[in-house]
Design a protein. Structure first.
Lengths: 113, 116
């Protein structure tokens, strides 16, 4: 059973702080890693993708991947109240042609004004 | 233009009834999916179709039957609805998996099913 684990939270941070979200996965063959943001009652939207070890930065977001430790993280700098949402970690799994994304259960982030 | 559209957005029905959800994508993608999101926000894959061919069929009761008339459409029919079927059902699409495909999913807005 391929699994993606996240702390469900809520993770509460003050406005302007750095929010750190973590994710571990079980399938060593996974090659693509994603962070989706989901506001309450809405569909998930992609905010970051990462494919190789190290850091990837996009604006206030930084994704970090460590394949040896099977660990993915998302840092949100200068957190804003509008960042309050559930963050879903997703990992690609399966053979070519049968791939799909396996999602974690999400971490709820609350940014306090 | 809506990229991935699902109808209806809300269904409220009695146990034992049959219902269908329709999904259409205008992104030109080859692969479409149905995911189920339960009350704890856990998003789990149910089915995947690539160019009208069933590729992934996870452990889903056979009361759930997907149909893909063409690669732009993927419908989900559910027979004999049960209380535990209450969830949000998301349709998604992606370009065909390959060397250049990153695996990003594009989601529809979801269809919230409530079984009473």
């Amino acid at each position: 059973q391929k699994e993606v684990e996240q702390n469900s939270g809520p993770l509460s941070v003050p406005e302007g702080a750095i929010a750190s979200l973590n994710c571990t996965y079980s399938d060593r063959g996974s090659q693509s890693f994603f962070w989706y943001r989901q506001y309450s009652g809405k569909s998930p939207e992609l905010i970051m993708s990462i494919y190789s070890n190290g850091d990837k930065e996009d604006g206030r977001f930084t994704a970090q991947l460590n394949k040896a430790s099977q660990y993915v993280s998302l840092l949100i700098r200068d957190s804003q109240p509008s960042d309050s949402a559930t963050y879903l970690c997703a990992v690609s799994s399966g053979d070519t042609g049968r791939r799909a994304l396996t999602f974690g259960s999400g971490t709820r982030l609350q940014v306090q004004p | 233009d809506t990229a991935v559209s699902q109808t209806p957005k809300y269904l409220v029905t009695q146990m034992g009834n049959d219902k269908s959800i329709k999904c259409e994508q205008n992104l030109g993608h080859d692969t479409m999916y149905w995911y189920k999101q339960d009350s704890k926000k856990f998003l789990k894959i149910m089915f995947s179709y690539n160019n009208k061919e069933l590729i992934i069929n996870e452990t889903v009761p056979n009361r759930f039957s997907p149909k893909s008339p063409d690669k732009a459409h993927l419908n989900l029919h559910i027979n004999s609805l049960e209380l535990g079927d209450s969830a949000v059902y998301f349709c998604a699409s992606s370009p065909q998996w390959g060397r250049s495909n990153t695996g990003e999913l594009f989601f529809g807005e979801g269809s919230r099913l409530t079984v009473l």
